[in-house]
Each structure stands twice: as C-alpha cells, then as structure tokens.
Design a protein around this ligand. Sequence first.
Ligand SMILES: [Zn+2]
Length: 137
Amino acid sequence: MMDIFDKISDAVVNAGKAVGDKGKGVYDLAKTKLDIKAQEDLLQKKYAELGEKYYEEKKNAKKPIDPELFEEIGAAIAKLNELNESILDATGAIVCPECGTKISAETKFCPECGAKQELPEEEEEVSEETAEETTEE
Ligand SMILES: [Zn+2]
C-alpha cells in the first residue's frame, strides 16, 4: 500500500516539476494573448478617438466620406442625449445659469462650462424631540 502511495506522490511531484520547467523556458502563450488583447483594445480606443475628431470636423461638411455612417452617428448621439436627459429629468435636473445646459442637480461644476453650481444647502432641521420619556406604564 505505502509503495503505491509513494509512487503516486512521486509521479505527482515529477509532473508538477515538468510543468513548471516547461512554463519557464517556453514561449508564454497566455501572456502574449493578453498583450494582443491589450493592443487591440488600445487600437479600438484610438480609432474611436480619431473617429470622434473626424466626425466633429466633418459633420457639417457637404460631402462627408460616408454620409450614412455620419447619419447613424448623429442619430446615436441624439438618442444618447435624449436618454441622458431622461435620467436628469427623473433624478431632478437644474439648468446651469452660465450656459443653460441641463445638468444633474448633484453636480458641483457644470460639465459644459465648468461654472460652479450653487447647491441649495440642505439644512436638515432635525427636530430634536427627545421622545425618550417612556414614563408610560
Ligand atoms: Zn454651464
């Protein structure tokens, strides 16, 4: 019985060693895959940045490179604004006194113009009714 257990544990240790040795010297596929993913993400982000700049520059041009794409982006932006506004309406929005942009009531600085917002000070007047006189029996 002991022999078998010894052999098994030896085999396990040896297998572990082999894997360990293999992982060291051998090309690290998993890491390379992660690096590839990171580069792809970066590229995607940069493409988006470039696209946004291009869109801003060309949206009013008479003949953009791909009118349909411009239309779709324009529609998506409009929809996005609409959705954002619906959140503002639902959560309580204020209008920036500087630029007139509708912004969240909890925003301290206007995201459009940076103006500091006068927040209505919520002085919660805690009526200190010490109702702890439990002299009722
Ligand atoms: Zn503003």
